[in-house]
Design a binder for this molecule. Sequence first.
Ligand SMILES: O=C(O)CCC(=O)C(=O)O
Ligand SMILES: [Fe+2]
Length: 336
Amino acid sequence: MSSRIPVIDLKMFASASELDRARIIAQVREGLEQVGFLMIAGHGVDEALIDRVNDSTLQFFDRPDEEKAQFSSKLPGSRGYSAMRGRTIGIAQNKDLLASLQESYGVGPINVPDEPYFKSKAAGANFAENIWPDAPADFTPAVRAYYIEMERVYRTIMQMFAVALDLPKTYFDDKIDRHNSVLRLTHYPALDKEPVKGEERAGAHTDIGALTILHIDDTPDALQVQLRSGEWINVNRVPGAFVINIGDMMMRWTNDKWVSNTHRVANPPFVNGRSARRLSIVYFCQTNYDTVVECLPNCTAPGIPARYPPIVAGEYSAMRAAMRYGYDLAKVDKAG
Ligand SMILES: O=C(O)CCC(=O)C(=O)O
Ligand SMILES: [Fe+2]
């Protein structure tokens, strides 16, 4: 585990004295300016809930391919099952990549209110209905509960980010209160054949949203991040902590003060011709689709002008998601 990624305790931050708070904020800034990653402890998510999500997700992925395929969506995007080699992570950065050695299951906002905001044309597919598998029985309740917990952790982290950016603590609250974040349960199956050139579990990429909250398993040296110097470091699990990394939208919002760094999932070692599997619970935090992302108040200074024009979050994300997964944007639009 790299000491360059600070471990931040959210509970301690909430109750810290002014002096301790300043120390924690300094670590947050350092981590996000240098690496773009933090470890988040003291998040309050019950370990038993995380175990339920892990267990039921693995049980789902253990089902035969034909059964899993019944829970895939005809539309591009982020609902339901996506098969092994169904998407190519990193294709926007490297055209030579082959389809990724992963399968996944996407879940979007749940308990969506029956209001025009969520149904309008501008909302697009952001609030599309979820697809739930018929088994295992605990999958749906566990994943729903986890999604709701992630919404809370997301809000808390954004409040800490606001403080770290010298903004009022609640600055981001009304920019993310109708978010369209996506939980993607991501399984990297065991392999019985060495990958060929271009086959990766997840090719080098940056995330596109505000931030990503990751629960990774104990597989060592799988998730790797590239530092500004070009050096790759491993991001290994810290028990009880989530890994978070900021995405391109937050980098843009901070006028590049915070870095959305390139990361990848390395292919596994082989023992007797076989490799182990790996499971990640990945929560991609998105803002409200109508949030205007423009240089934050404290991210310019004399000599440091705003680098990017304002952009509407929903339009930016749709374009970037299409690039990320190798979709044709025209087809995405048609699929609506
Ligand atoms: O599985 C992981 O550790 C990271 C996955 C990732 O970076 C992604 O899906 O964007
Ligand atoms: Fe990623």
